[in-house]
Design a protein. Structure first.
Length: 328
């Protein structure tokens, strides 16, 4: 392709983006108290926020619904064509219905109006036509303006869908901000995401109960080794406690194997307190998994005992479990 043709394509791409930017600028300049009312309606909603749109508007509705759900607002997408064939049963009086239609005259959307009115769910419409049937029968209208579509023939939904998405995101984010939605809550709804993994707490990933070896400080070393090897998952280490159940030491099968490799077997009949690492580095139950990983790297160890506020061992964090977590 000739350089001049490439330059023309780049300039056309810029024109498309400028056109969509003008729509966003129009919304920014014309946003008013109706937006605040929409946010308040969502905050006060006792049920779900149900979004619906047809075609490209429907795809935008799905994205807005997903954004709301992931930031703590119960939400679902309702396909307008399926709704009038039974899926309208998903909507309850305590819900809010947000309808997306640039023209405000989309047939499938208009057919939802009367049934939803009978159900008693309030309707918010996001539209470019405040004089349309959908707008007239809505409890609240959020306008996106009447900018031309950024399309060679002016028909393909481009400018309008960008505007719908922007105003939907603005509502979702204003709701999240008002509710003081936190990073921890976001991680809860995104357990498989990078942030979710980063904000997981030690108690969520530690080996515990019968997968965590705890031995008394008076037990013999060979008995401790047998306990470690018979623990499900072979943790490779044991937390050592005194008669009150308080953590006083930590021993790994690696410690024992190194002694054996050196030709010393006599220690096997000694109490484990003679071999254990006293006052080991620990991690607390409610600390972040990322903190456990950092502590292991600093101390160059593969396991950390997990303790509660009384310094009693309640679990074990193994480096392999942390590495597996990072692969998710």
């Amino acid at each position: 392709m000739a350089s001049r043709e490439q330059d023309c394509l780049v300039e056309y791409g810029r024109d498309v983006i400028r056109q969509e930017a003008r729509a966003l600028l129009w919304i920014t300049e014309n946003l008013d108290l109706r937006f605040a009312r929409a946010v308040t309606m969502v905050l006060d909603c006792s049920g779900q926020v149900v979004l619906s749109g047809m075609g490209k508007a429907g795809l935008v509705a799905q994205k807005i619904s997903a954004t709301m759900a992931s930031t703590g607002t119960p939400s679902q997408f309702l396909h307008p064509a399926e709704a009038i064939h039974g899926d309208l049963g998903r909507v309850r009086a305590g819900d809010i219905l947000i309808l997306l239609s640039n023209s405000g005259e989309t047939g499938e959307i208009k057919r939802l109006l009367n049934p939803v009115k009978r159900i008693g769910a309030p309707i918010i419409s996001i539209t470019g036509n405040r004089d349309s049937d959908v707008a007239r029968h809505s409890d609240l209208v959020l306008e996106i303006g009447k900018e031309y579509e950024a399309c060679p023939i002016g028909l393909a939904p481009t400018t309008s869908t960008t505007a719908m998405l922007a105003i939907g995101d603005a509502v979702a984010m204003a709701v999240a901000k008002t509710r003081n939605f936190s990073r921890e809550e976001f991680a809860f709804f995104h357990p498989a995401g990078t942030l979710g993994r980063t904000l997981m707490r030690v108690e969520e990933i530690m080996r515990k109960d019968n997968c965590h070896t705890v031995v008394d400080e008076e037990i013999l070393c060979y008995q401790a080794l047998d306990r470690i090897n018979s623990t499900p998952g072979r943790p490779g280490a044991a937390s050592v406690v005194d008669k009150n159940g308080i953590l006083v030491g930590f021993i790994t099968d690696g410690d024992i194997v190194r002694k054996l490799t050196a030709g010393n077997r006599g220690f096997l009949d000694l109490p484990v307190k003679e071999m254990m690492t006293r006052d080991p580095k620990v991690i607390h139950l409610h600390q972040l998994a990322s903190e456990a990983h950092r502590a292991m790297q600093e101390k160059r160890v593969d396991q950390l005992p997990v303790v509660d506020k009384e310094h009693r061992p309640v679990g074990l964090v193994d480096v392999q479990d942390l590495l597996d977590l990072g692969k998710g």
